[in-house]
Ligand binder design. Structure first.
Ligand code: BG6
Length: 489
């Protein structure tokens, strides 16, 4: 991954600057980059939206958003530096003519234009057309967009086609915020810088791998969006498949964007299709009912604000995934993700194979396998579960499971990335595409996920219910039990 520091100053233009994404994530990320002195002094940030506010009011909205959505206290001189970069332009994004105004607030001679599309995808086409019409784009300009990039292969192709009429592929930066998370990036280091793992990372030594992305939150007032989307498309098509590709890919020849993209695409192409022939045994869909999270009563999915009480959208999904290539032959990957689960937890557990012969029968009838547990969030770190002799001179050899525990916050006091966005916004401004998704990756992921969605539609079964505050429906336990395995709890 090439560090391009210092980088050329930017005109960062945020479309949808008063929307949810900007207020919850972008202002905070930019402020933190400012705090870390990572924004070029000449960089300017322009908010664009359809509401009638002036720059002073916009700056006030940004300040309030920082206070509302971040736990940090603003530091006066950092805030002064940051707010001095901000300006606001009112625009109706559907009106091509209005984009000409961008010529007055950007300067392509001294700054690179970075267009951040923080709006719903139906507006992408308008923005692209408006930008093309405005004459403000150069070969250096970039566009940043994020999920949902479509809701299936066809719609995603339509979006990508529209964008491709105006931006070449190397100008397009598609965000999956999980790729900005420190621990996801650390998977590259863990796998490709440590021979202990490199040499053991295949079907010879690994029995199976579990990936859990559990959320405590429900749908957070996003019924409109979520009910049309469901957990498979909201979380699995992107975040979980991204983690899976990092875990499963072959070593890239280097850290350049193309090398990494190519290896990830090979994994996505090797995913065994889940179709109506096997969807029953390979997938579980769930929907939460009311329950308790951290002692508080929370409503069920169908009781959420604005709910359609007949909805069969899934808020939980568990899958058995098989990768048809040499490395992973016979090694299932079990993926699960859901809202309103018992805790917020993103982790990968690698189960190594059991040893063929047990000489410690006094301690264990079957020797438990070694496990590598990678905590992505919260409490980022890596643990290895192994067997050790219980100390004591009068004891015969008796074994006990123990864990080697490496907590990243203890090991590295400095340079923590907060969420995923800071890193990604910075890389977009730097023009480094490594952590962004290629068009082919996204389309390949949709191809695989569409087949599951089609199979579900074919059977038209209701999701299995689970009480909020549990680990999902019982059927998810059965998914692994059928293979003689159990989820890591
Ligand atoms: C988003 C999903 O992409 O990721 C949300 O749309 C989800 O539904 C969120 O809650 C989870 O992100 P994180 O960083 O909190 O794990």
């Amino acid at each position: 991954m090439k560090e391009k520091k210092p980088y050329k100053p930017c005109d960062l233009v945020i479309y949808g600057a008063l929307g949810d994404l900007s207020r919850r994530k972008l202002f905070i990320s930019l402020y933190r980059l400012e705090h870390a002195n990572l924004i070029e002094p000449e960089t300017r940030i322009t908010g664009v939206d359809r509401h009638e506010v002036n720059t002073t009011e916009f700056i006030e909205i940004a300040r309030k958003s920082l206070q509302e959505f971040s736990s940090e206290t603003l530091i006066d001189d950092v805030w002064d530096r940051f707010s001095a970069r901000l300006s606001y332009v009112k625009m109706d994004l559907t009106q091509v003519e209005q984009y000409k105004v961008l010529n007055t607030v950007t300067d392509s001679n001294t700054r690179v234009l970075v267009n951040y599309f923080a709006v719903a995808p139906f507006l992408f086409k308008n923005i692209c057309q408006g930008l093309a019409h405005s004459g403000v784009l150069t070969n250096e300009s970039r566009m940043v967009m994020e999920k949902p990039i479509g809701h299936d292969l066809k719609s995603s192709q339509e979006i990508n086609d529209e964008v491709a009429k105006v931006f070449s592929e190397d100008q397009v930066f598609r965000i999956d915020h999980y790729l900005g998370k420190e621990t996801v990036l650390n998977l590259l280091a863990l796998r490709f810088a440590n021979s202990i793992f490199t040499t053991n990372w295949n079907h010879n030594t690994i029995d199976h791998i579990q990936i859990t992305v559990a959320e405590e939150v429900g749908i957070e007032g996003r019924w409109e969006y979520f009910d049309k989307t469901g957990q498979l498309r909201d979380m699995l098509q992107n975040h979980l498949l991204q983690i899976l590709t990092f875990i499963a890919m072959e070593p890239p020849v280097n850290l350049e964007a193309n090398s990494i993209h190519n290896e990830k695409i090979k994994v996505l192409k090797a995913l065994r299709p889940i179709t109506s022939n096997n969807v029953d045994e390979k997938t579980v869909r769930g929907q939460y009912t009311g329950g308790y999270i951290k002692g508080a009563n929370v409503p069920g999915y169908l009781e959420e604000e604005g709910a359609d009480t007949k909805s069969t959208t899934e808020s939980f999904v568990a899958l058995r995934v098989d990768i048809d290539n040499w490395r992973w032959a016979g090694v299932p990957f079990y993926l699960r993700t859901g809202k309103r689960l018992m805790g917020k937890r993103t982790e990968i557990v690698v189960y190594f194979k059991q040893l063929p012969h047990n000489i410690f029968k006094d301690s264990f009838r079957d020797l438990p396998p070694n496990k590598l547990i990678i905590h992505l969030q919260p409490n980022e770190g890596v643990e290895i579960e192994m067997l050790n002799k219980i100390p004591g001179i009068d004891e015969h050899i008796k074994l006990q499971k123990t864990r080697l525990d490496l907590s990243f916050s203890d090991a590295f006091k400095k340079n923590r990335i907060f969420g995923g966005y800071e890193k990604l916004v910075l890389e977009a401004m730097r023009g480094n595409p490594t952590l962004f998704l290629s068009r082919e990756e996204i389309e390949q992921a949709w191809t695989w996920v569409d087949s599951i969605q089609d199979a579900w539609r074919h059977y038209n079964e209701s999701p299995k219910s689970y009480p909020a505050g549990t680990w999902g429906p019982i059927a998810s336990v059965a998914l692994l039990a059928r293979d003689g395995r159990a989820w890591e709890e």
